[in-house]
Structure formats: structure tokens, C-alpha cells
Design a protein around this ligand. Structure first.
Ligand SMILES: [Fe+2]
Length: 283
């Protein structure tokens, strides 16, 4: 239950000032910039509020606007226990354009590994079952995949996924600085070390923010200043938490906008298993 909702009866609208209304003014989702200050950083605790026949009701998703519109507006969409009977591939293909990256399966499973059991050039190889730092996936690629799909096969309340909105970081660190800030992969990709910008606009209505403090390194003064500014603002930001705890819990993330991190794996949660896929676009 969200504060202010008792037995489905609404309080005054001021009680929902930390929420954003959908286009039809019926459904309310969190205003990211205010989630932290409101103390309501756990998305699972409120999801969406819908005004149904004059009464407030909690709904798993807004029925009035498309998934694409929701993710473009908020940067992510959480779909609790979503279409559990479908395979990961069926679900991914129904949501968007499933990408095949490299030789692996387009939909693959993420399991918990000890650092000693994982490749040294992966987060698991570096952090093992510890907390992963905030990043965007494949940030060292020239063209990172746009959307990241995470789906729970076996999850735990104790292992939330954390999100930070890069729009907020760009506002805080300075759009001009981050647009100039150059970074490059720590290791060559196809024998090349391309120069990449932390933040760049694409056309009139899209932008790409990339962040990985492990697999990217700064180039020059502006790169160092940009990376330091982002680090400081990440540290000062209270993230949004999403719990992929129940089978079918699905999180769709705009990987050009939202940073994500995995929290530490406490004892007893080592069997966590999450499906991951990348989508080039949303239907
Ligand atoms: Fe990731």
C-alpha cells in the first residue's frame, strides 16, 4: 500500500504530488526525481494507482498508454508476474525487436557466481556475489543496445535491482560537460579503442548516456572531469529499487537512459536466476 491510500479510498490529490499522472489523468506512476525525497523508492510497493469508478486502485501497469510510451516517459517499466507461462524468447519477441549479440543465446540466464568461478573480465569475475556498481550495459560499445529486459525465474526480496535516471545526472553534472567528456574502452574492441562521449543527443528527440566505471576510462581533461562529476552524483543519488522477486517479474529498462546495479547477494539467495535479453526497439 502506498501512503495515503486506505481501503481504496483516495485522499486529496496533494497526497500524490510525488507521482506523475498518465495522459488520461487516471494512472499515477512515480516522478523519479521525487521518489528519493518521498521515501518511496521501492517501485514494488506502489506500482501504479488508477482511479476506477471514483476509487483508487493499484494496478500493475497503466492500461491507457502503451508500453513504449511508458518506458519513454519513465525510463523503465516494471511488470509483476508477467505472462509467466511464456518462454523468455516468446515474451521478448512480443515486447520488441529481440537482438542477437555475439555468439550467445539472445535470451540468456544470469546466475550467481563466485568471483573465482567467473571470467575475470566480467562483473561476476570482479565482484562475485558482492554489489555490482551502477552501469549501462555494453557502455564500451559504439552502439549499446537500447533496451534491457530482465525477467525473474527465481528471485528474492533481498536482492533488489537498483536504478538511477541519467536525465537527473545530466542535469546535475551539466549537459555541456558530459557532451564534451570523452571516454574509451579499457581494452581494445576488434583491435580498436573508439573515442566515445558519455552523453550525446541523437536526432531531435533521443539521447544516449553511457556509464561504466570499470570498463570505460576517461580521455583527456574533460573526460576526467565528466567521469568524476558522474561518480559524485551517483554517490549522492538515492536509487529506485525494483525487486525481481517472483517468477515472471519483468523489468524493461531504457539502457540509453537508466543506470542499473545489482545489490549484494546475501546468504541463502545464491540460487537467484534472472533471464536477460536486449531489444532494439519496443513494439
Ligand atoms: Fe548490467
Amino acid at each position: 500500500m502506498i501512503g495515503g491510500v486506505r481501503g481504496g479510498r483516495p485522499l486529496g490529490l496533494s497526497a500524490y504530488s510525488h507521482l506523475r499522472t498518465c495522459a488520461h489523468r487516471r494512472c499515477y506512476t512515480p516522478l523519479n526525481s521525487n521518489v528519493a525525497s518521498s521515501g518511496l523508492g521501492n517501485v514494488n510497493s506502489y506500482r501504479n494507482l488508477c482511479l476506477i469508478d471514483g476509487r483508487w486502485d493499484m494496478r500493475s501497469s497503466c492500461v491507457d498508454i502503451s508500453l513504449k510510451a511508458q518506458i519513454l516517459r519513465h525510463g523503465f517499466v516494471f511488470l509483476p508476474e508477467h505472462r509467466c507461462t511464456e518462454t523468455g524468447t516468446e515474451l521478448a519477441q512480443s515486447l520488441g525487436d529481440l537482438l542477437r549479440l555475439g555468439d550467445g543465446e539472445p535470451v540468456h540466464q544470469l546466475v550467481i557466481n563466485k568471483a573465482s568461478d567467473a571470467s575475470p573480465n566480467t562483473y561476476s569475475g570482479i565482484y562475485g556475489d558482492g554489489e555490482f556498481p551502477f552501469h549501462t550495459d555494453l557502455a564500451h560499445w559504439v552502439h549499446p543496445p537500447r533496451f534491457l529486459l530482465l525477467r525473474c525465474l527465481r528471485g528474492f526480496e533481498e536482492v533488489p535491482t537498483l536504478l538511477i535516471d541519467a536525465f537527473q545526472l545530466v542535469d546535475q553534472a551539466g549537459r555541456e560537460l558530459l557532451s564534451r567528456a570523452l571516454v574509451k574502452p579499457r581494452r581494445p574492441i576488434n583491435l580498436r579503442l573508439p573515442l566515445l562521449r558519455i552523453f550525446r543527443t541523437i536526432g531531435d528527440d533521443a539521447a544516449l548516456f553511457r556509464w561504466d566505471d570499470v570498463f570505460l576510462q576517461a580521455c583527456g581533461t574533460s573526460g576526467s572531469q565528466g567521469m568524476q562529476a558522474v561518480r559524485e552524483n551517483i554517490s549522492a543519488t538515492r536509487p529506485i529499487t525494483v525487486k525481481l522477486a517472483r517468477r515472471g517479474d519483468t523489468l524493461l529498462v531504457d539502457n540509453w537512459r537508466m543506470l542499473h546495479a545489482r545489490s549484494q547477494i546475501p546468504p541463502g539467495c545464491e540460487s537467484r536466476c534472472i533471464e536477460r535479453a536486449y531489444l532494439g526497439g519496443i513494439h
